[in-house]
Design a protein around this ligand. Structure first.
Ligand SMILES: [Fe+2]
Length: 379
């Protein structure tokens, strides 16, 4: 027998779900499993997690009756002693199959080579003390991908306390922190005084770290200019100039490596990264960690010219911001979006010391959401 209790005119019970008229005047369908699983009583106010386990239901959930009382949908369930009440305003949020609103999903704003004077700057003590300024800082990182923190304490702890405002320190296979200064036996081009071409860091990791911090502790050498470019600005222009090349660089993954005596890290990445909207969200590029391209040699006839064309665009003055870092500043940037490099310097001309670390992008977005939105469970 089909259980069809006496629904109101605006709620119609079906076999696997119910139909309800909402504020747009249209009828919307909601599945019974979904309604039962998301009953407000399914969540613990203490843990803010779902405490109800739908796997323990003996039979498929089904409404015995449903009614609207005071802008609330009230469902009495068949086979269990349970009533669910949903405010209609809450149901409105889920009437279309769409991802939940994300305050961290902000439109990116591309920037160009003349951007240095406009780079958002934040004083470290302000970031430590003021959550509203901290939110503005993260917003700048989400929108522009690059910001400078000034007035940094001249200490290792200063970098740690700044980075952990965004999230936990994200180690790479080099460890939790790295020190960039000239080394006697360098294991990385960064540790020499040579020029360092524009790149993103540790592309050989499956998930390269998301946000990079470069804390300038000393910089008195001749040369050593910092170079930064916005991969989103370059890739968006590249798409207009060379749509076929853009397709190759955004769809075909290529191998990266990082190898020394006791490590051999490898990954495959596309050079151009797209987000869930199909928009350019970043790059993975590093000439010094690019492995032998192993894609079909005839495809390389197309791939290599596109790759080189894109690489040349990255170096173009139109996109490349050039400046000297000052002691007490910390560059903070999206390691998947902003390519960075360095002009050569004379090692014996002075001291240059940068200390760096990373935090993941997802943690940064998480911190931002918590700072700017109320969330679903806050009392
Ligand atoms: Fe780097």
């Amino acid at each position: 027998m089909n259980i069809m209790a006496t629904p109101t005119a605006s709620v119609v019970l079906k076999d696997k779900g119910l139909e309800i008229a909402l504020s747009d005047g249209a009828t919307h369908y909601f599945n019974y499993y979904w309604l039962r699983d998301n009953c407000p009583s399914s969540f613990s106010s203490a843990t803010r997690e779902r405490s109800f386990d739908i796997f323990h239901l003996e039979a498929a959930p089904k409404a015995l009756a449903a009614d609207i009382q005071d802008d609330t949908l009230e469902i009495t369930w068949a086979g269990e002693d349970h009533v669910t009440r949903f405010p209609l305003a809450w149901l409105e949020n889920y009437k279309a199959a769409a991802p939940r609103h994300d305050p961290a999903d902000l439109a990116r704003q591309p920037w160009f080579g003349d951007h240095y004077s406009d780079v958002p700057r934040f004083s470290q003590p302000d970031l430590m003390n003021d959550t509203a300024i901290r939110a503005k800082w993260i917003e700048a990182l989400l929108v522009e991908g690059f910001a400078i923190v000034t007035d940094m304490p001249d200490s290792n702890e200063g970098l740690t306390e700044t980075a952990t405002l965004l999230g936990h320190i994200r180690p790479t296979f080099f460890g939790e922190y790295f020190d960039v200064r000239t080394h006697i036996n360098p294991t990385n081009t960064a540790y020499t005084a040579a020029a360092l071409e524009l790149h993103t860091d540790t592309p050989a990791e499956e998930h390269a770290p998301g946000v990079q911090f470069l804390h300038c502790r000393e910089n008195t050498v001749e040369g050593g200019y910092s170079l930064y470019a916005d991969g989103v600005a370059v890739a968006n222009d590249f798409k207009k100039i060379d749509p076929e090349g853009f397709k190759l660089l955004s769809e075909i993954s290529i191998p990266f490596y990082c190898e020394h005596d006791d490590y051999d890290m490898r990954s495959r990445q596309t050079v151009i990264e797209l987000d869930q909207h199909g928009e350019v969200s970043g790059l993975t590029i590093s000439q010094h960690m690019l492995d032998f391209l192993d894609i079909d040699q005839t495809l390389l006839d197309l791939y290599y010219p596109a790759f080189c064309r894109f690489g040349k665009m990255l170096q173009d003055k139109k996109y490349m911001m050039t400046f000297l870092m000052k002691a007490g500043e910390c560059m903070v940037f999206d390691n998947h979006r902003i390519v960075h490099g360095r002009a050569a310097y004379r090692a014996e001309s002075g001291d240059r010391y940068l200390r760096g670390t990373y935090v993941d992008r997802a943690e940064m977005r998480s911190t931002y959401r918590a700072l700017v939105s109320e969330g679903r469970f806050k009392p």
